[in-house]
Design a protein around this ligand. Structure first.
Ligand SMILES: Cc1ncc(COP(=O)(O)O)c(C=O)c1O
Length: 461
């Protein structure tokens, strides 16, 4: 715990110098900036010693929870032995061993691992690979990307261009051209056009067929890739309807378009499997991942590509002219290896699979509240959509959403001891993705805090 004087200094220095990400700094002119100083298990602690349940695993990252000595020690050992070596024409044992291990978990022929420092760089790398690959195999016009409405794929200009959230892109337009949006799989708000509002499977096929339509509109010989998350995060956890990804795979094969599974959130146990593609039984051409690969003890991302995509780069003078100084950092690779070892030893995926129904059932208790319209997700990854009217599914207008989410909920949940996210990139949702070590006692704690705070929110509307 920091002393009162330290705290005053920290707040002043933060206000004067620290630029937070995706944050409205005006809010801190009157209010204090929350300062988190330590973590243990599923909990984080602020500089006044207050404890919060980490309902978002930091940012979908802390799979094994906080304070794991083995991971800290793995980092220290590696830093002492070899703190840095880039993967630019040289290798180090940690990157080799990790590439082999990750390829072993990845489905099918996804055997080639290109390391980055995070998820946005992995997405960026995947698009660049798709473009460069098609040029090398004699299809140089294939370069466009299809992605889904409201999906978030990162902040580098290529990844942001693939992102489907207009408000997040507007300040940076013009972005990289050649990306196109199709509907996501939000069944709660399934559009009328597909004609069978209660038929989930039919809705999924309808949504998948929009991808074929977009490819046809753009011209199949211009489209390189489709980027999809196994469960779309932004908008509040949209799982794929049964058959959705199988139909998408057929479409990608038909038009020779690469299927990129953006698993920056969904990989490494979030859905009870190493990869979301395994959970839903589909075969991507590329997987992008990051976050849970190290459980956040050091930054690391990866693009995992099918053998066929690397094949042309193995010939003659060809090379993939792309890289990052810190991609595949030795310390991060050592941490990732230790992290994946713990996944095996402690049967983390099995733990998620054994407890996921209980997590869902506990959150679904909240459906008795008038403000809760939908509880959706999979594994340890859920969104709770808030509505003004449960029967008509009427949502909040911008002002109400602003007052509800920013003005009240985010802070009230935190003050009540739950760190999670109230988000309105689509309709207003509370996002929950706790560390994968959580069990019933944590689910109950989340439910109880949410019940009290959502009840209060309803009374304020
Ligand atoms: C699906 C998806 N792709 C890409 C990213 C970007 O990852 P990063 O913030 O590590 O660049 C995120 C981040 O949350 C994500 O959820």
């Amino acid at each position: 715990m920091t002393t009162a004087l330290d705290r005053e200094h920290l707040q002043a220095a933060a206000r004067d110098h620290l630029w937070l990400h995706f944050s409205r700094h005006s809010a801190y002119e009157i209010g204090e900036m929350p300062v988190i100083v330590r973590g243990e298990g599923a909990y984080i602690y602020d500089d006044q010693g207050r404890r919060y349940l980490d309902g978002l695993a930091g940012l979908f990252v802390s799979q094994l929870g906080h304070g794991r000595r083995e991971l800290a020690e793995a980092a220290a050992r590696q830093a002492q032995q070899l703190a840095f070596m880039p993967l630019w024409s040289y290798a180090h044992p940690g990157a080799i061993e990790l590439a082999e291990r990750v390829a072993g978990y990845a489905p099918g022929d996804l055997n080639r691992v290109f390391f980055t420092t995070g998820g946005g760089e992995a997405v960026e790398s995947a698009w660049k690979l798709a473009k460069a690959y098609f040029k090398l195999i004699g299809k140089p016009t294939k370069h466009k990307v299809i992605s889904r409405a409201i999906a978030y794929h990162g902040t580098p200009q290529g990844a942001l261009s693939i992102t489907g959230i207009p408000g997040m892109k507007a300040p940076f337009e013009p972005l990289v051209p050649s990306t196109f949006r199709v509907p996501n799989t939000n069944f709660y708000r399934a559009p009328e056009q597909f004609g069978a509002p209660d038929d989930l499977e039919r809705f999924g096929l309808w949504a998948a067929d929009r991808i074929a339509e977009a490819i046809e509109f753009e011209g199949p010989d211009t489209v390189a890739a489709v980027f999809l998350e196994p469960v779309q995060n932004s908008g509040g956890c949209f799982p794929p309807p049964p058959g959705y990804f199988q139909r998408v795979r057929e479409i990608c094969d038909r038009y020779d378009v690469l299927l990129v599974s953006d698993e920056v959130i969904c990989a490494f146990g979030r859905l009870g499997h190493m990869f979301g593609a395994e959970r839903y039984g589909y075969q991507p051409d590329i997987i992008t991942c990051a976050k849970g690969l190290t459980s956040g003890y050091s930054p690391l991302g990866a693009m995992i590509a099918d053998d066929k995509l690397m094949a042309p780069f193995l010939e003659g003078e060809n090379s993939f002219l792309h890289g990052y100084t810190f991609g595949g950092h030795p310390v991060s690779c050592a941490v990732a290896l230790a992290n994946l070892e713990i996944f095996e030893n402690e049967k983390i995926n099995e733990h998620v699979r054994d407890n996921q129904d209980a997590f869902r059932a506990t959150l679904e208790k909240l459906m008795d509240l008038p403000i809760v319209g939908d509880v959706r997700g999979d594994g340890y990854f859920y969104g709770i959509e808030l509505v003004k009217d449960k029967v008509t599914k009427e949502t909040f207008d911008n002002d109400e959403s602003e007052r509800l989410l920013r003005g009240f909920l985010s802070r009230a949940l935190f003050d009540a001891g739950l760190y999670c996210r109230a988000d309105d990139r689509g309709d207003p949702v509370i996002q929950l993705a706790p560390p994968l070590i959580c069990d019933q006692e944590h689910f109950d704690e989340m439910e109880q805090i949410l019940r009290v705070v959502l009840d209060k929110a309803w009374s304020l509307i």
